[in-house]
Write a protein that binds this ligand. Structure first.
Ligand code: AMP
Length: 511
């Protein structure tokens, strides 16, 4: 029997692991020798490369490099993702990344001697738990599951990334604790509170933002580099140097996580500029300023932490609102756990210590930022009935109130999963069942997840809504004695799974 795998399908990095005979999560290293695989695809016209090899190509302008794919999942993408001449959405591209991870797992298991001679990459179906940001709605989860299936996995469950990180941190603690997981990745921010320990876990509340992550911190540095280069040289940085600029910005962000300052040398349009970035304003800087350092020089200095203030305020606001809704205060939280690469920026634990009044452990033995989510997913696979996750969004149906359409929520956000409910409504002529996801009672502010024409039912209509352990919604309608299943479909682009699978099978991925 091959073990199931736990997959962190990240915006910037992905990771795959499995549980060994002792129940310890083991990371499957990529063929490049790394624990994680950049979620980047490069298609050279014949062959697709996923991970480091694709990432290394980024500096070659005009190469079709695809990244941050996860930001588009569940959405209709405006730009094109093309491989083998086929247009893919983010679901298809995620399947390409997952297929590469499956290949790594396949070769790892083969080396261990766990496969039979008949097993091939194509025909071996590997059971998998895949993680997604907690704020992901039903459609994003559904598409992630489809991507997993198209890549040749049997998807046991889709679980929330902070829940997975929490499992790695605390599943085997000897006493139960209330922990808050602060998960700031490359493109997304999630925060979740869980009760965990003694081999059990239960999520209590979660919230987040789908367009907030390391990329936004990168942009702060990039914008400064653009402006400062122009100020120093009176020249603009040309468009074809934007990759270089992004790379330098990223490198200096990493440096600022380790050092109080980072220096960059930029050469463009025949001019040079040396630009220094500072992590934070030192006491001395204030003193200097007071001693008459020109206001202009001081204004131009780049203090990363100060310039990130708006982003930090957003994180704080999301946490406050979540605590308030869960009727908890910081005093109720025993531990704060950091997850996601961007939590490595020193300003993150500093901000958390300031608002919570709690010391944050930066180095927890056995807990690695980059791999904790994937390891937790592997742990979940063997403990499905000892972990309770929650719904990240409220789900409701449209009803009329005084002639006005409003949403009646049948499943509330933060409901333990799985869950099902039925409700009865009087029949109307030309009735249509509309299922929405979102917190507002105004349909305009929510996302339509499914639509079913009911015709002219008589008597009563019984609506059933269910949400499975992966957070995927199902709806049924019973009217005139007949039952119909409502397909929760993508807004207007339905994914044909069979066709997707055939295409993914045909894509030649080079390790
Ligand atoms: P994740 O999606 O969890 O893999 O997080 C990736 C994000 O974390 C990217 O935006 C990275 O630039 C960022 N990141 C990773 N390591 C560091 C670090 N040492 N300092 C600052 N940001 C980092």
């Amino acid at each position: 029997m091959i073990p199931h795998v736990g997959i962190d399908l990240g915006t910037t990095f992905s990771c795959v692991s499995f549980l060994d005979e002792n129940g310890i999560p083991v990371i499957i290293r990529s063929s490049d020798g790394q624990q994680t695989t950049p979620s980047v695809i490069w298609y050279d016209g014949k062959v697709a490369y996923v991970g480091k090899k694709a990432n290394d190509r980024k500096l070659q302008v005009n190469s079709p490099i695809y990244e941050f794919i996860k930001r588009d999942i569940g959405k209709k993408v405006a730009h094109r993702y093309v491989i083998n001449g086929w247009d893919f959405g983010a679901c298809g591209m995620s399947a390409v990344i997952l297929k590469k991870l499956k290949m790594e797992a396949f070769y790892h298991f083969k080396k261990k001697g766990w496969l039979s001679p008949d097993d091939t990459i194509q025909n071996l179906i590997i059971p998998a738990v895949i993680t997604v940001p907690a704020y992901f709605g039903s459609k994003e989860r559904h598409e992630t599951k489809l991507a997993g299936n198209a890549a040749g996995f049997e998807v046991i469950a889709i679980i929330n990334e902070p829940t997975a990180a929490a499992l790695t941190y605390g599943f085997n603690l000897s006493d139960s604790k209330k922990i808050l997981v602060f998960d700031l990745g490359g493109g997304t921010f999630d925060v979740t509170i869980l009760q965990i320990g003694n081999g059990e876990a239960k999520a209590i509340a979660s919230d987040g933002a789908d367009q907030l992550g390391g990329k936004d911190w990168d942009a702060i540095i990039e914008n400064y580099l653009f402006a400062e280069f122009e100020r120093q040289t009176q020249n603009e940085i040309p468009d074809d140097m934007s990759w270089e600029l992004q790379k330098q910005a990223l490198e200096s962000k990493y440096q600022l996580s380790e050092n109080p300052e980072a220096s960059i040398f930029l050469n463009a349009s025949g001019s040079n500029a040396e630009i220094t970035l500072y992590r934070e304003r030192e006491e001395d800087d204030f003193a200097f300023y007071g001693d008459g350092l020109s206001a202009l020089d001081e204004d131009n200095k780049f203090y990363f932490e100060e310039r990130s203030e708006n982003l930090l305020t957003l994180c704080k606001a999301i946490m406050h609102s979540m605590l308030e809704k869960a009727k908890l205060t910081w005093n109720d939280i025993d531990d704060i756990v950091l997850a996601g690469g961007s939590s490595r920026m020193p300003m993150i634990p500093k901000m958390l210590e300031n608002i919570s009044g709690k010391a944050i452990r930066r180095n927890i033995p056995g807990y690695n930022f980059d791999t904790a989510v994937s390891q937790g997913a592997a742990l979940y696979g063997r403990n499905t009935n000892r972990v309770i996750d929650i719904s990240s969004k409220s789900i409701g149906i449209e009803v009329k109130q005084a002639g006005k359409p409003i949403i009646e929520h049948l499943i509330k956000k933060n409901t333990p999963l799985p869950f099902r409910i039925t409700d009865t409504f009087p029949a109307e002529e030309n009735a249509v069942l509309l299922v929405y996801e979102g917190e507002s009672t105004n349909p305009v502010d929510c996302i339509l997840r499914g639509r079913l024409e009911l015709g002219n039912p008589s008597g009563q209509v019984i609506v059933g809504l269910a949400i499975d352990i992966s957070g995927v919604i199902y709806a049924t309608v019973e009217a005139n004695g007949a039952k119909a299943q409502l397909k929760i479909k993508s807004d207007d682009d339905d994914i044909d799974f069979k066709e997707l699978k055939e295409k993914i099978d045909l894509i030649d991925i080079r390790l």
